[in-house]
Design a protein around this ligand. Structure first.
Ligand code: COA
Length: 143
């Protein structure tokens, strides 16, 4: 879409601000399950972060790990789109960017967890080729 740009990386403050703006969209809110301060700090330190911006404003964020060289399974810890930008392809664009990054580092599949209470996310990931694996997580082969 016009004006959309991928921005790699992100400080804990920037991640925290974004997660607060989408907190109540995950089925049970994210803050009811994790401490947003600690989680944002962990993502900034340990994960790869990608923001999608529209005219400079962050509209979507993904945090993921491509560091398991043994299993070659990448893990998406968080992916969200600001409410007013949903249904416009931002989520699809971002997950495809994540997949490209993971494939480029030698990962062979991408795994994530979508809660049963979040049917929209499950529909979204199924449409994009993710399937529920034996452990109840969603997974897609990318090679
Ligand atoms: C799930 C989420 C990331 C989808 O992002 P999005 O930008 O709205 O999705 P897109 O516009 O890229 O849609 C891609 C596909 O997802 C599905 N989808 C999108 N919105 C949907 C809705 N309201 N209901 C059902 N399916 C939907 C559709 O199949 C859509 O394809 P189509 O446009 O060809 O019909 C977004 O809704 C979100 O941020 N939700 C809150 C946070 C969250 O649940 N994150 C995932 C858990 S980790």
């Amino acid at each position: 879409m016009e004006g959309w740009k991928i921005l790699k990386g992100g400080s804990a403050d920037r991640i925290l601000e974004f997660l607060r703006s989408v907190d109540d969209s995950f089925g049970p809110s994210l803050s009811s399950r994790v401490d947003l301060h600690i989680y944002s700090q962990k993502l900034a330190n340990d994960a790869e972060n990608i923001f999608l911006t529209a005219n400079g404003m962050p509209i979507a964020h993904a945090a993921f790990y491509c560091n398991d060289r043994n299993t070659k399974v990448a893990f998406v810890s968080s992916l969200s789109v600001r409410a007013e930008f949903r249904g416009k392809g931002a989520g699809e664009f971002l997950i495809n960017t994540v997949i490209q990054n993971c494939a480029a580092t030698g990962m062979e599949s991408v795994r994530l967890e979508a809660l049963d209470q979040n049917p929209r996310a499950i529909t979204f990931y199924r449409k994009l080729g993710f399937e529920i694996n034996n452990f109840g997580a969603m997974e897609k082969r990318i090679t």
